[in-house]
Unconditional design. Structure first.
Length: 307
């Protein structure tokens, strides 16, 4: 696609072939920086354990080498877990049944699954609202969506350092760190996609590194380096890289000299609609006034307090 067309396409943010290549490289490097995915898998497993339901047919949206499936080990009454990944090299490592597919083009019939899981699965999709809509369709009525993704505060330190370094050295800036969704927006997206009872919460994990270059090596080993479509394709100047590392060190190092890196994990829990689910009360049906419950005086619309 010509560059002019890319710039005019508001949906295409990420370069999917680059995402596949980065995951394949992470596998070749030996998956030596899986701590974030291990933490995410443990958190999803704990969430599922808190739900007193059985989910016989489940989908793992971003299986990597089967990490989440190993962590689950049949919990939640899962009898049949389909492993799916964007990268063929990862999908081949996961237990069968498995397939290579994109979250934005799910090859499943409506009502195929009781449960859809995703461990840090959706922060690289171009059309998140459309993807959530597809996920609702492949769930059975009263099926559960339980997925996590990286949230908006992720790597904010690295983003700040790169922006200033490029401006200082090259007189301009380019996207060096991918954009991440703000968790405050995600519940609304779930509702727009037709999910019931949506809940979104987020946690921050701070990792420390000897320096910014060590952090960048870890991101490479995770397969999470920059895959924004409009990123610069030429090699990074050495002067820009060193400037970014110096800015990072000066602003985000602790007393021991190690830098911190923030990862925000947003977890989405929602249900495909079903008639058995709780319904909100009809407007005006409350048995008691809110003012009475709060012990305050009620004012008609337009009145000011104290009059």
């Amino acid at each position: 696609m010509p560059k002019a067309e890319i710039a005019q396409d508001p949906i295409r943010v990420f370069d999917l072939p680059a995402l596949r290549a980065r995951r394949a490289r992470a596998l070749r490097l030996g998956l030596r920086a899986e701590f974030l995915f291990a933490e995410g898998a443990e958190r999803l497993t704990d969430r599922l354990a808190d739900i007193n339901r059985r989910f016989p047919r489940a989908l793992d949206l971003a299986s990597r080498d089967g990490l989440l499936g190993r962590q689950l080990a049949g919990r939640g009454g899962i009898e049949w877990l389909v492993a799916m990944d964007l990268a063929a090299s990862f999908a081949r490592r996961a237990p069968a049944p498995r397939l290579v597919a994109e979250a934005e083009a799910l090859p499943f019939a409506p009502g195929s699954f009781d449960l859809v899981l995703g461990n840090l699965a959706l922060h690289g999709v171009n059309d998140l609202p459309g993807t959530l809509l597809q996920l609702r369709h492949i769930l059975k009525p009263d099926g559960l969506l339980l997925v996590s993704l990286l949230g908006g505060d992720t790597l904010h330190e690295l983003r700040e350092a790169w922006l200033e370094a490029e401006s200082n050295v090259e007189g301009g800036a380019s996207p060096r760190v991918a954009p991440f969704a703000d968790p405050r927006d995600l519940a609304g997206l779930l509702q727009r996609a037709g999910f019931a009872l949506p809940v979104v919460d987020s946690d921050r994990i701070e990792a420390t590194y000897a320096d910014a270059l060590a952090l960048m090596r870890d991101l490479r080993q995770m397969g999470e380096t920059n895959a924004v479509l409009l990123r610069r394709r030429n090699f990074t100047r050495r002067a820009t890289l060193l400037e970014a590392a110096a800015i990072y060190q000066s602003r985000f190092a602790g007393g021991d000299g190690r830098i911190r890196a923030t990862f925000e994990i947003a977890t989405l829990t929602a249900w495909a609609p079903h008639e058995s689910q709780p319904k909100p009360l009809a407007r005006g049906s409350a048995a008691a006034r809110l003012a009475e419950a709060l012990g305050t005086r009620e004012h008609p619309a337009g009145d000011k307090a104290g009059r």
